[in-house]
Ligand binder design. Structure first.
Ligand code: DC
Length: 223
């Protein structure tokens, strides 16, 4: 089995790129952020806040998270058998996910599921600690990043349509804070694995980034 790990901060384009690379190679794309989001949604549904650590850990441990795929390869997160994809992309879930993913016990819940996917399929897996922690022996490790300015600009364009009141400065601050939290948490912080290839997507198109990754993969015998 081949595995390609793509880590990096929010807004660098990981999911778009990972999806495209997976399609070109006919690998499965595993979006690990969606798994953490599924657990965060379970906790919110029980009325918990991120500060209720003990209860959060309890809910995460008893929740059954599974991955399925629909006909066109889109990942579906099943929480206790229910497709929760429609509910995990809200701002509330994003904030809760960021809050609970700092707990090592929560990360532990998803460890085997992620490793199991890579053991049974050729995967492109994106997240924060895939190359450093989940798949330390991945065939290809990419650390995909982009400048704060560029990521803020992309997110602004995405959100302005939904929420006209949002300002560029708010988004910029939010990105800086989330980066800080992801990079400074004790368990599995966001950082480039020593053997990861750094790709900066600030001035590259989606196609160019995908090509760069496919080139690295080809160099490792993945064609
Ligand atoms: O990639 P995303 O925006 O869907 O991730 C949501 C949150 O989950 C984000 O705050 C970081 C966290 N996360 C993580 O800690 N580890 C991963 N492998 C993936 C996501």
């Amino acid at each position: 089995m081949y595995s390609i790990a793509i880590d990096g901060p929010a807004g660098a384009g990981k999911s778009t790129i990972a999806k495209l690379v997976a399609k070109k190679l006919q690998f499965i794309y595993v979006d690990t952020g969606a798994l953490y989001r599924g657990l965060a949604y379970a906790c919110l549904s029980e009325g918990l806040g991120k500060e209720n650590r003990e209860e959060v850990v309890g809910v995460c441990k008893k929740s059954r998270i599974e991955i399925a795929f629909d006909a066109d390869g889109t990942q579906i997160v099943l929480l206790n058998g229910e497709n929760v994809n429609p509910f995990i992309r809200t701002e509330q879930v994003s904030a809760m996910t960021s809050g609970i993913s700092v707990y090592p016990e929560v990360r532990e819940v998803l460890l085997e599921l992620q490793r199991g996917m890579a053991a049974s399929h050729d995967v492109v897996m994106d997240g924060r600690d895939i190359g450093t922690n989940i798949l330390p022996h991945a065939n290809v490790k990419i650390f995909l990043t982009a400048s704060v300015e560029e990521r803020a600009k992309r997110r602004y364009l995405e959100q302005a349509a939904k929420n006209p009141a949002v300002t560029m400065e708010e988004i910029r601050q939010d990105i800086i804070e989330r980066d800080y939290r992801d990079e400074h948490r004790e368990t599995a912080p966001l950082k480039k694995a020593e053997d990861a290839v750094l790709v900066d997507s600030s001035f590259l198109s989606i196609e160019e980034v995908a090509e760069a990754i496919l080139e690295v993969a080809a160099g490792r015998g993945i064609l």
